[in-house]
Each structure stands twice: as structure tokens, then as C-alpha cells.
Design a binder for this molecule. Structure first.
Ligand code: AMP
Length: 416
């Protein structure tokens, strides 16, 4: 083997694409029913867009982005997440001016140079949505329910929904100081990673998965207990609306997530069918981000969900797949003249909307029958000199085995 795929990337093979197409179809349907319209943005953007939005000090920006200088020396980055690009496009094309509430969704590949492991890739796929223009907690809940609808329709269970409020620019600074003061008292006992975060991003210390970090921060103050009136009211509303929709959830005061732009609501959906990388989807509100990117102050809320992890869950839980179906008809031909007839009829029937396949390898009739069976063709038509002369042939049903004589000029009605 001369070439292999790049570490952390994955080929999605034909036997898997049926499942991918099915999931993509469900995503489209769920989004459409909630009035989200699709947006497709380029694979790469100016590096500064991501540094500015995701946060200069986040893991994504400091060590995971695929950044390169193109031939003119501009710094470009393969998109590590979807929100920044969607907002950039919305601002560039004045979409937020055209509609008071803008609801967009996307599906596509993202790139992060993380350490590859089960459920963690360097090129992975996400579907996600962004709603711009309303500070209403109803929109937070609509966004939280979108991925849950997708999972329910795919039969994915059980799931855990965890929510938190990370406050806003009014309540976070004072809380942050309190938290830093507490963390300094246990600084020596923290993991090196958490030590580095104490000053730069102390809330992420609470989100650490390290057992020792968790133990020594047990008594740390939590932002949800230090919210300003506005954030507290918002968080209460989100919870009561979630209750009203019947979606089970828990509040985890330590949930922060790895992107800096969140304000108020942050949430994560996990599946116990996954290993240590158990997050299927996450998101939250980002009321300051549009302004940060140069737009007019506009509240926003969104989520992103991983597709590879969803595929792992679907495979493990044996959720049904809408498999690609086989051809309606396989035309088996036994000599040169009938092969020619089979080919032109195949093309004609395809044009008329039928899925038709024929033999391209001049195989024996027996191996053509075997091939039709392998491809799960519904019908097989055997054509030879005798059939062409008579203008009729035997149409064999590959499922029930029943055979009937059909006129070659009227195959369509036999297939319909
Ligand atoms: P994030 O954009 O970090 O909020 O992640 C949202 C979701 O994308 C996660 O819950 C995962 O399902 C998925 N995801 C994030 N990073 C990766 C990765 N490196 N490999 C596979 N899936 C990922």
C-alpha cells in the first residue's frame, strides 16, 4: 500500500453511507419542521475569525487548529467549528437585517488536531444550528430540543441532558475573582493543565475530568449560585420550559464547555453507549458574539452535534438503518446482441425513473444471477436470442421466486 489516509481521518465506506444519508435526511427534516434553513460556508476562513470568536486561550485556538499560510501569505484555518463561519456569513450578507429572527442550520466537516482516539478524530462531521435575534429562553429550549428530536427519531436512547448557566459580562467578573481566590488556595494540588487555566480561564478548571482536580475543587463556588438577576431569571425560565416540554435534564454547575463565547445557558447531551468521549452534542447562548465579530449587538444561541459519535451509538444500540436499496431490475444477457439490447434498455429505464443494473463483465448466466442476488435486485430479466426474437421474456421475482412472462416493449408496466 503506497498511500494511506491521514491519521485521525476516516473514510466513510459504501456500506456505511446508507446510515449517513439516513441521518442527514432526519436532520434536514427536523430542522425544516422547526423552520431552520440550511447554510453552507467554505471549509476554510481567515484565522483571526476563529481566534476572535472561540477565544485566544481555548485549547482549540492554542493547539488544535489546522492553520497555514497560503501562497500569498494570508493565514487561513480549516474550520474547527461551525458557529463562527455561520455568523461571519450572516453578517457579510446582511441576513440579520433581513429577518428579525434568523434561524440557520448546517452539516459538514470540521478539523481539529486532537489526539485521535475512539470518538475523537481530526476531521469529523457536525450538524448544528444557530438562532440569531432573540434573547428569549424559549429559543434556548428550542435549540436544546433540536438535537434531541433528531436522536429520538433515530431511536437513540438513553441520553443525558445537562445544563448550566455561565452568567454574563455583568455577573461573571466578580464570580471569577472569587473562584480564582479559592483555586489559589489549592493551586499546588491541581493538575498542570488546570494550573495553567487558573488565571486565564478559571471556569474550565471546574470542568476538568481529572479526579484529583474534582476532589480539591469540591468546595469551589459555582457560577450558577452567583448569577445576576437577569441571568438567574433566564436560567429559571429555561428550566421551567424544559420541564414543560417533558425533556428530562439535570443541572451541573461545573459544565462550562471549551468555547469562550457562551453567556447564560450552556448545555451538553451525552450517551452512555460512548466511552470516555461521551458528548454527542453541546451548545449554548452567545449574546456578545455577533458584536465581537463586528455586527450590531444581537443575541444568539446554538448547538453543534458530532456525527461520527452518533454513528457509533447507532451501531452499538442496533438502531435501524435505512439501508440503500438494491436495483428494481437486473437485466441478465447471454450473448452480444442481447447485451447491447440490455444496455440500451437499462439506460432507457433509468431515464424513466427505475433503478436498473446489467452485466458489464460478460459473465455466465449463473454468475449474473448470483450478482443480481448479491445486489438485492427485486426483479431479474433474462435475455437471449430466443427472447429477442419472441419479444417476450421471463421476469423473475428475486424475493418470492415467482416468474411471469412480460412483453419486452412494455417492461415499465411490469415493474411499476
Ligand atoms: P464542540 O464543537 O466542541 O462543542 O463539540 C460538539 C460535538 O462535536 C461534540 O459533542 C462531539 O460530538 C463532536 N466533536 C467535537 N470534537 C470532535 C472530534 N475531535 N472528533 C469527533 N467528534 C467531535
Amino acid at each position: 500500500m503506497k498511500f494511506r489516509s491521514i491519521k485521525g481521518t476516516k473514510d466513510i465506506l459504501p456500506e456505511e453511507t446508507g446510515r449517513w444519508q439516513h441521518v442527514e435526511k432526519v436532520v434536514r427534516s427536523v430542522m425544516g419542521r422547526s423552520n431552520y434553513r440550511e447554510i453552507r460556508t467554505p471549509i476554510f476562513e481567515e484565522t483571526a475569525l476563529f481566534a476572535r470568536s472561540i477565544g485566544e486561550l481555548t485549547d482549540i485556538v492554542t493547539k488544535e487548529m489546522y492553520t497555514f499560510a497560503d501562497r500569498s501569505g494570508d493565514s487561513l484555518t480549516l474550520k474547527p467549528e461551525g458557529t463562527a463561519s455561520v455568523l461571519r456569513a450572516a453578517l457579510q450578507h446582511n441576513l440579520t437585517e433581513q429577518a428579525p429572527l434568523l434561524k440557520l442550520y448546517y452539516q459538514g466537516p470540521m478539523f481539529r488536531q486532537e489526539r485521535p482516539q475512539a470518538g475523537r478524530l481530526r476531521q469529523f462531521h457536525q450538524f448544528g444550528a444557530e438562532a440569531l435575534g432573540s434573547p428569549s429562553p424559549q429559543l434556548d429550549v428550542e435549540i436544546i430540543l433540536l438535537p434531541l428530536h433528531v436522536y429520538r427519531e433515530l431511536g437513540v436512547r438513553p441520553l443525558t441532558l445537562v445544563i448550566n448557566s455561565v452568567g454574563c459580562e455583568k455577573c461573571r467578573p466578580a464570580y471569577r475573582e472569587q473562584l480564582i481566590a479559592m483555586l489559589m488556595t489549592v493551586y499546588d494540588q491541581l493538575s498542570p493543565e488546570s494550573q495553567a487555566r487558573v488565571k486565564q480561564n478559571p471556569l474550565r478548571v471546574l470542568d476538568s475530568k481529572d479526579d484529583q482536580d474534582r476532589k480539591v475543587t469540591q468546595t469551589a463556588p459555582l457560577i450558577k449560585d452567583h448569577l445576576c438577576m437577569e441571568c438567574k431569571t433566564h436560567f429559571d425560565h429555561v428550566q421551567s420550559l424544559l420541564h414543560a416540554t417533558g425533556a428530562p435534564f439535570t443541572v451541573d454547575g461545573r459544565l462550562v464547555r471549551g468555547l469562550d463565547y457562551y453567556t447564560k445557558t450552556a448545555f451538553e447531551i451525552t450517551s452512555s453507549a460512548l466511552g470516555s468521549q461521551d458528548a454527542l452534542a453541546g451548545g449554548g447562548r452567545y449574546d456578545l458574539l455577533v458584536e465581537e465579530l463586528g455586527g450590531k449587538s444581537t443575541p444568539g444561541v446554538g448547538f453543534a452535534a458530532g456525527l461520527e459519535r452518533l454513528m457509533i451509538v447507532l451501531e452499538k444500540t442496533g438502531a435501524p438503518v435505512d439501508d440503500q436499496r438494491g436495483p428494481d431490475l437486473f437485466i441478465a444477457a447471454v450473448d452480444e446482441a442481447s447485451r447491447r439490447w440490455a444496455f440500451t434498455r437499462t439506460e432507457e429505464l433509468r431515464r424513466k425513473g427505475f433503478a436498473v443494473e446489467t452485466d458489464f463483465l460478460q459473465r455466465s448466466l449463473k454468475s449474473q444471477m448470483r450478482e443480481a442476488n448479491r445486489q438485492r435486485a427485486r426483479w431479474v430479466l433474462v435475455i437471449g436470442e430466443k427472447e429477442l426474437k419472441a419479444g417476450t421474456a421471463q421476469l423473475k421475482n428475486m424475493l418470492g421466486g415467482e416468474e411471469r412472462t412480460v412483453t419486452l416493449n412494455d417492461l415499465e408496466s411490469a415493474l411499476a
